[in-house]
Design a protein around this ligand. Structure first.
Ligand code: AMP
Ligand code: ZN
Length: 484
């Protein structure tokens, strides 16, 4: 039994948070193994190309879960790996005539750039499989000693029948699976004791990267990598293990088998899986021609819009990507940004400093939006409802922070907006790069033209800026502009 964490008064941890656990198929109250601390592992991408927008979904949703856990006061040790040894990487290396290492290090660097664009914080540790090989050999040796693994001609398999709980995560009927696997015989796999047995170590093929091991010169299987990296950086038992729903079987099922048989304790308490991202209601695939990298989307949209789009649905619901939905996301995010612009001008233009009695009451009233935000996030990270709560706050800001507002009032509302949007990782301050000198200079030229009563020139400048997506607004405080 886990102990309830000892929490200090006023801490967000007091309020229970629920997480849907794939293992139990229920929403469960989140109780970490060690009070106040969370050990979390998220399966990362295989680095053989630029990441696609499907890969971006787990990155964004679990980064948001991490931010919310931290907001609640937990210290989160967040580990997310890069799978840097794999057939796809080797094939790409052969194609380009370079080493596998060159391919993986190139795409790790590119992935980190995309993560930064999406405001996904770097993990506490980003381990790489190729740097953890000794740990993998030692876990496989341990499994062999305990009778959970066997070697056939240099290939080591896990003996699934020996692990009585095999199948507990995916809730699959193992006998059906076995007969299915028997039907599709894969050459070279006849040597397995059971169709469900999986590879822990495989011998090298000509030209492949390899490491020396007691069974053969070769490389580890994919599943053992995550079991070992998770143990190395987080210990034998962790709180949350996460990834896309395609990983439930066999990847995560096999990780559980390896880790629990080797370590003799429960591997992870909560298993979180995001649903898939589809494009125009179809599975994203290169052959269907509906495949987008994060980089391609970044050429058209600020990646903050992609983040908003990902969080606008619950992470366990399938999400459909389309041009129209991206446009709608862009407009919604712009409403938040415009509200922030207004708050910033209210702060700089405020004529009084201190809160009035009425404003104090309004700030009390404003707390309801944070309450709704927290209730949504406590309910299995419901970012869709959390965003709805932020929009209620936007409406409050737009109607209540009027011209006569005190500086303290406008600042308090601004702070509230910033704190809640930061938990979602959304950047709502208009980015400085948009305020480029050219726009400011054009606005000054237009003002000069108006002063000289050259309205044709003033209008031409306005149209020129509009063509560049910049909308000018003449207000009492002067000319303001926004992106179309
Ligand atoms: P991979 O590089 O294929 O191992 O995938 C890395 C992560 O992206 C895993 O957690 C996958 O489950 C996830 N993933 C891949 N494709 C999609 C998709 N279309 N929608 C959501 N998640 C995905
Ligand atoms: Zn993994």
């Amino acid at each position: 039994m886990n102990q309830l964490p000892a929490v200090s008064e006023g801490s967000g941890m007091e309020k229970p948070m629920k997480i849907y656990n794939t293992l139990t198929k229920r929403k469960e109250e989140f109780v970490p193994i060690e009070p106040g601390k969370v050990r979390m592992y998220v399966c990362g991408p295989t680095v053989y190309n630029l990441i696609h927008i499907g890969n971006a979904r787990p990155m964004i949703v679990f980064d948001t879960a991490r931010r919310y856990l931290e907001y609640k006061g937990y210290e989160v040790n967040y580990v997310s790996n890069f799978t840097d040894v794999d057939d796809k990487i080797i094939n790409k290396a052969i194609e380009e005539g370079v080493s596998a290492e060159e391919i993986s290090s190139r795409y790790i660097a590119e992935c980190k750039k995309d993560m930064e664009g999406m405001n996904v914080r770097p993990a506490t540790t980003h381990p790489q499989a190729t740097k953890e090989i000794p740990g993998m050999i030692s876990m496989i040796e341990d499994l062999m000693e305990k009778g959970y693994a066997y070697n056939v001609n240099g290939t080591v398999y896990f003996r699934t029948r020996k692990f009585k709980e095999y199948g507990k995560l995916s809730h699959k009927n193992l006998d059906d699976l076995r007969s299915g696997f028997r039907a599709i015989r894969v050459t070279g796999e006849e040597q397995k004791e059971d169709p469900l047995d999986f590879v822990l170590w495989k011998p090298k093929k000509e030209g492949e990267p390899y490491w020396d091991a007691p069974w053969s010169q070769g490389r580890p299987g994919w599943h053992i990598e995550c079991s070992v990296m998770s143990k190395h950086y987080l210990g034998k038992a962790i709180d949350i293990h996460a990834g896309g729903e395609d990983l439930v079987f066999p990847h995560h099922e096999n990780e559980i088998a390896q880790s629990e048989c080797c370590n003799g304790c429960e591997f992870a308490r909560y298993w979180m899986h995001n649903a898939f991202l589809n494009i125009d209601n179809r599975k994203m695939s290169k052959s269907l021609g509906n495949f987008f990298t994060v980089r391609e989307i970044g050429e058209k949209y600020d990646l903050n819009v992609l983040r908003f789009f990902m969080l606008s649905a619950h992470y366990r619901s399938p999400l459909n990507f389309s041009e129209e939905i991206m446009e709608a996301s862009k407009n919604s995010l712009e409403r938040m940004i415009t509200a922030m612009d207004r708050l910033n001008s209210a702060i700089s233009g405020a004529k009084t400093q201190e809160l009035t009695e009425d404003e104090k009451k309004k700030l009390e009233d404003m707390k309801q939006y944070r309450g709704k935000f927290e209730a949504a996030m406590d309910d299995d990270i419901n970012t869709a409802d959390a965003i709805a709560a932020v929009f209620e706050l936007v409406r409050f800001a737009n109607t209540e922070v009027t011209e006569g507002a005190s500086k303290d009032f406008a600042e308090a509302v601004r702070k509230e907006m910033l704190e809640l949007t930061d938990i979602l990782g959304l950047i709502v301050e208009r980015k400085a790069e948009i305020l480029d000198e050219e726009i400011e200079q054009k606005i000054a030229e237009r003002q000069a033209a108006r002063k000289a009563k050259d309205f044709a020139k003033a209008d031409a400048i306005r149209d020129e800026l509009l063509a560049k997506g910049i909308v000018l607004m003449d207000t009492r405080e002067g000319v303001k502009w926004k992106k179309a």
